[in-house]
Write a protein that binds this ligand. Structure first.
Ligand SMILES: CC(C)(COP(=O)(O)OP(=O)(O)OC[C@H]1O[C@@H](n2cnc3c(N)ncnc32)[C@H](O)[C@@H]1OP(=O)(O)O)[C@@H](O)C(=O)NCCC(=O)NCCS
Length: 170
């Protein structure tokens, strides 16, 4: 497996089923790391994912592909409001356990930053639970800095989690 070359590319409609599986795996792997939850998203069908991947000029999902398998994903969305279109938000960063520690998340984030730069955007932001050192380390390596803390934004299994708010200027 380690010998397989990783390709980073934008997801397309043909990835809908595999991407749905990967996203559900992420929500089960680290439920406290994501605002969304498995119960809600498991109701989204492959057809729903096909829609998410079609005709979305202000949104993209990048995937890491090993052979024919999706092993990582990251979403980027551009702010909708005219006065805020220079900014965007990274979400859903996930790398399968067997592929961690190889800077795949860094490559996915870089693809999102390039996508944003191509649209003349000036920064991308993200939120990360303060108890996730692996993710924070990856984001710092990718040029993000903390600009604030959102207290107790996630509540899971009777625990409140603060989120670090991070930004990377472009
Ligand atoms: C956070 C995550 C995306 C990082 O992806 P990655 O491609 O492994 O990132 P990196 O290779 O840059 O490694 C980041 C950190 O992971 C840790 N790490 C390294 N190898 C690892 C392994 N085999 N297994 C688990 N963690 C590992 C290290 O602490 C590393 O930081 P360091 O280099 O400063 O020591 C990945 O661990 C993941 O998907 N986690 C579960 C979902 C999640 O937390 N997503 C973030 C939501 S904001």
């Amino acid at each position: 497996m380690e010998n397989l070359k990783i390709i980073i590319r934008e997801a397309n409609v043909a990835d809908a089923a595999a991407l749905r599986e990967l996203r559900l795996e992420a929500l089960q792997d680290r439920p406290e790391a994501f605002g969304s939850d498995y119960e809600k998203e498991s109701k989204d069908s492959v057809a729903d994912w096909e829609k998410k991947l079609t005709g979305q000029p202000d949104n993209a999902i990048f995937v890491a592909v090993a052979g024919s398998a999706l092993v990582g994903m990251t979403g980027i969305g551009r702010n909708k409001h005219t006065k805020m279109k220079h900014g965007g938000y990274i979400w859903g960063v996930y790398v399968q356990p067997a592929w961690r520690g190889k800077n795949i998340s860094g490559q996915l984030i870089e693809a999102c930053v390039r996508w944003s730069a191509d649209r003349s955007m000036k920064f991308v932001k993200l939120g990360v639970v303060a108890t996730n050192p692996a993710a924070i380390s990856s984001y710092v390596r990718s040029g993000f800095r903390v600009y604030g803390v959102e207290p107790r934004v996630i509540f899971y299994n009777n625990v409140y989690y603060d989120e670090l708010l991070m930004v990377r200027d472009i």
